[in-house]
Design a protein around this ligand. Structure first.
Ligand SMILES: Cc1cc2nc3c(=O)[nH]c(=O)nc-3n(C[C@H](O)[C@H](O)[C@H](O)COP(=O)(O)OP(=O)(O)OC[C@H]3O[C@@H](n4cnc5c(N)ncnc54)[C@H](O)[C@@H]3O)c2cc1C
Length: 385
């Protein structure tokens, strides 16, 4: 995050998290990837530090900060471990922040504090085997009988699913789509196996099943039928937080490549002195900087208007494509060592690729941007700033 522009409280937060990440996350990041192991204790420690409930008011166990703070935490963790940052973002933003914003007093009092402290782990459960990009085509459904809802169906590719205690779950209801808080202890809930992935290893991803799970009114977010609105209200802050996750990956890749280009000599010259390497460093830097600037701009715009998809989708499109580009170039600058696991650069590329798939694909983001752009241009006759 821009050093000179942060408010003092956020500067202190950044330094605290940076110190924690270098002391606790950096030493385990490679092993998390290699063994595909989620560090549960470390995650719970983040709860004790107040990082998990960063956007939640103190009254409900959180730290009472804003999305800028959440973006800072996500980027700092991602600098050392994109996979831990992904699990963090899924828990703290996709699940907890939305659960708090739309949850009843009962949900806020019973579940939110547990997710803030790290006693519980949370997930957002939207994607299904038959519906990903077209999320609203989901088949999971909750039927009303005698004043209660009975949920059937399944969700897949869910971050943290193998460990989560609470799932912010979307399902069809008579009135359209609705959002429910589903607990892993609910009778009729079960989990499938954890997926083995090319990247983001250590961030557990899995499938869950619902077999006639009984849900009373206290488990409904908002009102029955509010699901689409609840989903849309959270998507733009999710996009921004993901953009900062991939800025963290890009910063690590550029940092690593710069250092290596200054250490390594070939034909009597440092790598950074070769014109073709200079070109790489220049483009890597420009893409890193533009990712940060467009994401900071989008963050401010989404704070003012949570439905500003044009800004949020533009930020995550650019930041995720740039992270993949920068990570690939960092490997090239490392030559053969870039291809070797010990140097840690190849992990950055494997992790960066998720940026164009998770939380909505690049193709869907392009569609959203183009649709919003055309609509705005038709209305105002000028390119939106
Ligand atoms: C590591 C990981 C973590 C994830 N975590 C979560 C999570 O926590 N919660 C959750 O709910 N989901 C999660 N997902 C799911 C993720 O959001 C979906 O994978 C993503 O939205 C794409 O859906 P899909 O995989 O079904 O692909 P599909 O929708 O089947 O798309 C396949 C291809 O077709 C393209 N395509 C589809 N529709 C269109 C269109 N209309 N126009 C142009 N191209 C199109 C896509 O862009 C893509 O290239 C996760 C996925 C991964 C890999």
């Amino acid at each position: 995050m821009e050093e000179s522009r942060l408010p003092e409280t956020h500067e202190i937060l950044k330094n605290t998290v940076r110190e924690f990440v270098s002391r606790k996350v950096a030493p385990v990041a490679a092993a998390m990837d290699e063994n595909d192991e989620f560090p549960v204790d470390l995650f719970r420690e983040m709860g004790k530090m107040g990082l998990l409930g960063i956007t939640i008011p103190e009254e409900f166990g959180g730290s009472g900060m804003d999305y800028l703070a959440q973006a800072i935490v996500t980027e700092e963790i991602a600098y050392e471990s994109a996979s831990l940052a992904l699990s963090y973002a899924a828990h703290s933003n996709l699940c907890l922040d939305n659960l708090y914003r739309n949850g009843s007093r009962e949900i806020r009092e019973k579940f939110v504090p547990k997710l803030c402290s790290g006693e519980w782990i949370g997930s957002l459960a939207m994607t299904e085997p038959g519906s990903g990009s077209d999320a609203l085509a989901m088949k999971s459904h909750a039927v009303k009988e005698n004043g209660r809802y009975y949920l059937d169906g399944s969700k897949t590719l869910i971050t943290n699913a193998p460990y989560s205690d609470l799932f912010l779950t979307y399902a069809r209801t008579d009135d359209g789509h609705s959002a429910f808080a589903v607990l892993a202890t609910d009778p009729g809930f079960s989990r499938g196996n954890k997926f083995s992935k090319m990247g983001m290893r250590g961030s557990p991803t899995g499938t869950i099943f619902f077999d006639r799970i009984e849900l009373d009114h206290s488990r409904i977010l908002g009102k029955i039928g509010d699901g689409k609105h609840i989903m849309l209200s959270g998507l733009n802050s999710e996009r921004i937080i993901l953009a900062f996750l991939f800025i963290g990956v890009a910063r690590k890749a550029l940092d690593t490549a710069l250092k290596y280009s200054m250490e390594r000599k070939q034909s009597g010259r440092h790598l950074y002195e070769f014109q073709l390497i200079e070109e790489k460093l220049a483009y890597m830097y420009v893409r890193y900087r533009t990712s940060r600037l467009i994401s900071q701009d989008a963050l401010a715009k989404v704070e003012a208007d949570p439905l500003d998809s044009l800004s949020a989708a533009s930020a995550v499109l650019h930041a995720s494509e740039s992270a993949e580009y920068i990570a690939r170039e960092a490997i090239q600058i490392h030559g053969g060592y870039g291809y070797v696991k010990d140097f840690g650069v190849e992990r950055l590329l494997r992790d960066a690729i998720l940026g164009q798939i998770g939380g909505g694909t690049t193709e869907i983001r392009k569609h959203l941007i183009s649709t919003a752009l055309v609509k705005s241009y038709k209305r105002d006759g000028v390119i939106p700033e």
